[in-house]
Design a protein around this ligand. Structure first.
Ligand code: PMP
Length: 366
């Protein structure tokens, strides 16, 4: 078996140790006589799996007791709709910050689901400058009466990231899309009213979406919304109103255990900061051969987009990288160029190999 260095933005690389454990337990989980995929979600075995996953996630993120953890389906994209359906009542307005493709999509979907009943307002956007930085405080125009403020703290396509220390100062509930950097660094959950994240980048397989929601936000949805879309009902039923994505929850739980073995999120942050430094140093030190357009203070540690000054070399770069075992480096079609996603499960050695390849490629082609 040979595994590549996988820089995919998601679904993304998972820790090899976790995959080995899944392999070992695939046909017979802990003597149950069947695998997790085959067992009832209501049985004691799966109940122990989801309870351990929640407890480990709470420990890793330091989730306060007045927050509920939900394991939902539909991806982060479903949250783009589920958030306004639950939290934006008729006649009210919600603020959105637009700092990349994903927060822009969130606005569009919110506008669609509340059209004609409530207002979705852009309280700041960096689109005119090409989504190459986060908003400065003076560019954010907040409505103090907004039902909530929505933002994306790591824009996966544009590679723009902020941490919780840089959230806008507001008394309005903050709702945030952490899909592509959750668990990569410590986070003060109490600063948010609701955090959501699709699993397939830094958590586990696709199919499960994490929602961490403060209890006072539950029960605000109109009675006419679909039951599976109602946060309060999902919370009351321990995410098991209907069949949850059991296998994805199980693998995510193993990733949480792996993260605890690595020393938790403070340790992951050190490793991730170092990996990002190696890659940005290679780009910035390339005398313009490679270029990342994001303002330095706002650069993502997880998703590093870069272009080659001579875009005619793009195809060679990708082909030679692939031959060297470095895959999924093609940038998102909306921005072009390259993107290296270096999530928790990408070892520092993988980043070192990428940097060595990039340095060598530049020397040969410059
Ligand atoms: N938000 C962000 C920041 C993302 O990166 C993505 C997926 N790339 C989404 C939302 C959409 O997620 P999903 O595919 O799980 O719906």
């Amino acid at each position: 078996m040979s595994r590549v260095w996988n820089f995919s933005a998601g679904p993304a690389v998972l820790p090899a140790e976790v995959l080995e454990q899944v392999k070992d337990e695939l046909l017979d989980w802990h003597g149950a006589g069947c695998g997790v995929m085959e067992m009832s979600h209501r049985g004691k075995e799966f109940t122990s799996i989801i309870e351990a996953a929640e407890a480990d996630l709470r420990e890793l993120l330091g989730i306060p007791a007045n927050y509920r953890v939900l394991f939902l389906q539909g991806g982060a994209t479903q949250q783009f709709a589920q958030i306004p359906i639950n939290l934006l009542p008729a006649g009210k307005s919600a603020d959105y910050l637009v700092t990349g493709s994903w927060s822009k999509k969130a606005v569009k979907e919110a506008q669609r689901v509340v059209a004609g009943t409530a207002n979705v307002r852009v309280a700041g956007s960096t689109e005119a400058s090409g989504f190459t930085r986060f908003l400065d405080a003076g560019e954010i125009d907040l409505d103090p009466n907004a039902a909530y403020l929505h933002l994306c703290t790591n824009e996966t396509i544009h590679g723009v990231e902020i941490d919780c220390a840089r959230l806008p100062a507001t008394a309005v509930p903050i709702v945030a899309d952490l899909s592509s950097h959750i668990l990569s660094r410590p986070v003060d959950v109490s600063k948010y009213a609701l955090i959501y994240a699709g699993a397939q980048k830094n958590v586990g397989p696709s199919g499960v979406t994490l929602v961490i929601v403060r209890e006072d936000l539950l029960g605000r949805a109109p009675a006419t919304i679909p039951t599976v879309m109602d946060y309060a009902v999902m919370a009351e039923n321990g995410s098991m109103l209907n069949t949850p994505p059991t296998f994805a929850i199980y693998v995510s739980g193993l990733v949480f255990q792996w993260l605890k073995r690595q020393g938790g999120l403070a340790e992951m942050e050190k490793i991730n900061a170092h990996k990002a430094e190696l890659l940005y140093a290679c780009i910035d030190g390339s005398e313009g051969f490679y270029r990342n357009p994001v303002r330095v203070a706002d650069r993502s540690r997880m998703n590093v987009p870069f272009t080659l000054a001579r875009s005619e070399l793009d195809a060679d770069f990708l082909a030679e990288a692939k031959a060297a075992g470095l895959v999924s480096l093609k940038g998102h079609k909306s921005v072009g160029g390259m993107r290296a996603s270096i999530y928790n499960a990408m070892p520092t050695d993988g980043v070192r190999e990428l940097v060595a390849f990039m340095d060598d490629f530049r020397k040969r082609k410059a």
